[in-house]
Design a protein around this ligand. Structure first.
Ligand code: PLP
Length: 540
């Protein structure tokens, strides 16, 4: 048990550069060892001076204040709900509070701090222009219940973004309200369900999902009440077209396919897959989270796709990580558009924009399956995404996807001599490079490489996903990294991979320079400790 000294610092909480000179505080220069806020402050102290509270006399008329004395006098107007025991919150002054959270924030990795190589997540730079526009009062201060005539500008943003998304994807309609990729998946699958119901085909209860699918795909299909069946992958990392067509039949509602897929490869058979699924009476859902790789180059509508979510927070740069916010509009084919959710915007010939909120307005849109959320979606993310799109223009978006793919291929080819690249022979990758742990000596794993990267000052790449590759390492640099940044990252990953190959035991206990060492991630995920309880503390 570590001691807490008078200022709340804990001298020995596992600062980890062994061999280094010990410090009184446990700090290493600017790497501060910050105690929990409950340990920094305590409920007996407070950061502000308040006048003594005069206890209420029993039977005082409810809720009156007595301004004859300094104290605020409360009667029993709270119907006996007056607190009788301490609330248990730590008391801190404003500077103590600000310092605590600022210190914690410095222990966090952020896109504004360095390259964020998380494959599948598309962590790209968020231009400050987006933030500036999103904070303009006409966008930031609107309320979803304001009369439509007073929010024409905000509705214009939603409408214009919708037009861009339809154009970029070559689709027929778009549902703007889903609030994340997974929410968009649910929206698309509910459209498919509504379309099948409208055809009276309630017996179609299976959704086919490739082995390499993102976990949200089977989860969505199951949540919507479908049975999920796997489609195997070929040795080249793509959907096995033959196996898929063989499984199609009158019980299949549709397929959910990620393209580009989670191995970082373009599904070249996508059009053939769509044609086969349509011929068998099903619909095609495409997970469009990887749209960043193909914007301006491929239109999903041309590939026969019926529904696809777009992660605005990945492809169009709106900030995410740490749990949100996201935005997952779903583009829809002509066949599925009638079933899309409400509300949606409609621009009239005179430029006025209205919101279609009811299923029966003049008998239009009577087939909508309903709503995905109470209001109109993530307004702040719409504003940022449209700002990003307009500031790039169609040509700039096309260049961004090209640069993202180029950067990923640069990483793939620069590291394939030290890391096994299982699909390197399948041709160029798309926006992410996939490696495996093949060739590491016994006892060394992908996890060791990820932890080693932390000591090098980088956030680790995505690990152990996709599941089809043993010990997967999925690296997505995005288009926003310069060659110099990529070279530094490649150098770091190469050095760590070489240490793993050489069986360097020090790597087994990395990270050595982070505030904490190896945590039990499984325990933390399965049994998170989210509340603090006082415990005995040894005297300093
Ligand atoms: C991120 C992602 C999703 C889920 O999107 P969320 O916005 O996190 O719900 C689905 N599929 C793939 C391939 C993804 O990368």
């Amino acid at each position: 048990m570590s001691a807490v000294n008078a200022s709340g610092w804990k001298p020995d909480m596992g600062q980890s550069s062994e061999g280094a000179v010990p410090t009184f505080t446990g700090n290493r220069a600017l790497m501060l060892d910050e105690a929990l806020i409950f340990e920094v402050g305590d409920s007996e102290t407070t950061g502000v001076d308040l006048p003594e509270v005069v206890p209420a006399a029993a039977g005082t008329a409810g809720g009156t204040t007595d301004d004859s004395g300094p104290g605020l006098r409360r009667g029993d107007g709270l119907a006996g709900l007056l607190r009788t025991s301490p609330i248990g919150l730590p008391g801190l002054s404003e500077p103590e509070t600000v310092r605590h959270y600022t210190r914690l924030s410095r222990q966090n990795y952020a896109i504004d701090l360095g390259l964020f190589p998380l494959g599948s997540c598309t962590m790209k730079h968020n231009p400050r222009l987006n933030e500036k526009v999103a904070r303009m009062p006409g966008f930031a201060d609107v309320h979803p219940l304001q009369p439509v005539d007073t929010v024409q500008g905000a509705l214009g943003v939603i409408n214009e973004l919708a037009v861009w998304l339809i154009k970029l994807t070559g689709m027929h309609g778009v549902a703007m309200t889903p609030k994340a990729g997974a929410h968009g998946e649910l929206c698309g699958i509910l459209c498919i369900k509504a379309a099948l119901d409208a055809r009276g085909e309630t017996g179609r209860n299976v959704i086919l999902v490739p082995e390499s699918a993102h976990g949200t795909n089977p989860a969505t299909a199951a949540f919507a009440g479908y049975k999920v069946e796997n489609i195997p992958a070929t040795a080249a990392g793509r959907v096995d077209l033959e196996a898929l067509t063989a499984r199609l039949g009158p019980d299949v509602a549709g397929v959910m396919i990620t393209n580009p897929n989670t191995c970082g490869l373009f599904e070249r058979d996508m059009k053939a897959i769509s044609d086969a699924v349509h011929a068998a009476g099903g619909y095609v859902y495409c997970d469009g989270a990887n749209f960043n790789a193909i914007v301006g180059r491929v239109r999903p509508g041309d590939l026969g796709i019926d529904a696809m979510h777009i992660n605005l927070h990945k492809t169009f740069s709106t900030p995410h990580g740490g749990g949100g916010p996201g935005s997952g509009p779903v583009v829809l084919s002509e066949a599925l558009s009638p079933y899309g959710p409400l509300p949606f915007t409609e621009r009239h010939a005179d430029g006025h924009i209205t919101l279609v909120e009811e299923e029966t307005v003049e008998d239009r849109h009577p087939h909508s399956f309903g709503r995905m959320c109470a209001f109109h979606g993530q307004m702040g993310m719409f504003t940022r995404a449209l700002t990003y799109i307009l500031s790039h223009g169609a040509d700039g978006l096309r260049q961004a996807s090209g640069d993202a793919v180029l950067n990923a291929n640069y990483i793939l080819r620069s590291l394939e001599d030290v890391l096994d690249a299982p699909f390197a022979d399948s041709g160029p990758c798309m926006h992410e490079a996939l490696f495996s742990d093949e060739g590491f000596p016994d006892g060394f794993s992908t996890l060791d490489v990820a932890k080693g990267l932390i000591d090098e000052g980088f956030h680790p790449m995505t690990v152990y996903f996709p599941l089809v590759v043993h010990g997967a390492m999925l690296v997505e640099p995005t288009e926003t990294e310069s060659k110099a940044n990529l070279d530094q990252f490649i150098g770091a990953l190469r050095a760590v991979a070489e240490r793993a190959r050489a069986g360097d035991v020090a790597l087994k206990s990395a990270p050595h320079f982070a505030p904490r060492r190896r945590l039990d991630e499984t325990l933390a995920a399965r049994k998170p400790v989210l509340t603090w309880r006082p415990r005995d503390v040894a005297p300093a």
